[in-house]
Design a protein around this ligand. Sequence first.
Ligand code: PLP
Length: 430
Amino acid sequence: MRLTRSQALFETACKVIPGGVNSPVRAFRSVGGTPPFLVRGEGAYLEDVDGNRYIDYVGSWGPMLFGHADPDVVQAVQEAATRSLSFGAPTEIEVRLAELICALVPSIEMVRLVNSGTEATMSAVRLARAYTGRSKIIKFEGHYHGHADFFLIAAGSGALTLGQPNSPGVTPAAAQDTLLARFNDLAHVTQLVEAYADEIAAIILEPVAGNMGCVPPEPGFLEGVRALCDRYGIVLIFDEVMTGFRVARGGAQERYGVRPDLTTLGKIIGGGLPVGAYGGRREIMEWVAPQGPVYQAGTLSGNPLAMHAGYAVLRKIADTPDLYDRLEAFGAALEEGVRANLKALGLELYFTRVGAMATLFFTGERVVDYETARRCDTQRFARYFHAMLEEGIYLPPSQFEAFFFSTAHGERELERTLSAQRRALMRAFS
Ligand code: PLP
């Protein structure tokens, strides 16, 4: 595989952009090598500047539920673009998108649209603090909620990959109100809550962790956290930026039957354009300005292109009754094939999947939290990653990321992926 033009671009990029990228994990630091510079995406496929083609399992880190350049989404954006790129004033499409979000996720009675997942989680925490009159929050080790200062403590994803869970620049004051809990360890969460009962405004978590690899909640864990929040008057925030509309039509909260007070969304609701959202119980959301006192704003919030893209995606989600059955069928077939490959090669690696997100962990142990995720053999993963890339399979360049698939992934892609995987695993373990 030739990456000549990508290499040249990356060298230039490194001179003018820190690390050559606009988001750390894209630089391939944890797997080494040069990231392909992409020019085109169509359905399940990507093409780079050197003309290499890949089957995509990153999906822009989640948004591409219907694959790249979905004609309905592209048309909606093109039409909107001819009428102005931005107004900074109310538009009908914002109302329609908000209505659809509330209809698809019943715990969301009111919603505020923002420009990224980071903005959504940051604003949700501010709101929870104002509403409860308390300062502390509990977050979980290995969970990532964007890059606001008070979240950059044992965060997953790029922070995990880089081995820099605590970023310089985050002041002790910003960190002191964040308490850390172990995912899937209800006894630990209970201890923390009891120790700081009157000071905790919110518990925020990824209901299915995706930023230390895909780690599902253990049975009863989410219910247990919900009960603790009820008992101590704590706002429960589900960060569904990744899981929203991916693991079920109504997100992880529908899949596991646990209702949070607030939910944060992103990725899929923008269809590939920058959108985030936070919403939930009316009584809490009414605290948001200008209805209430909690300030939060954005020049480009509700941007018409982003709203039209998001609406086109959610409309398809709402109007395709068998959508999640189709994703589940592909996921189940992929899972079966991966397990067959592992068995044929005599490898004991831990594979997790929830709906249309999954991870192959390079460890034989069950992964249930940050500690167990960290035991993976990341060097072996790097070899596997590069072997897959050479086979034309584009995976997230980190062991600690979930991979995603879309409705554009079908029989052909499945077969190619599985046979490539057999060879890649052989090379990684040779
Ligand atoms: N929350 C979760 C669960 C995420 O996965 C991410 C991004 O990957 C974020 C929040 C931050 O979203 P954004 O990158 O849009 O700021």
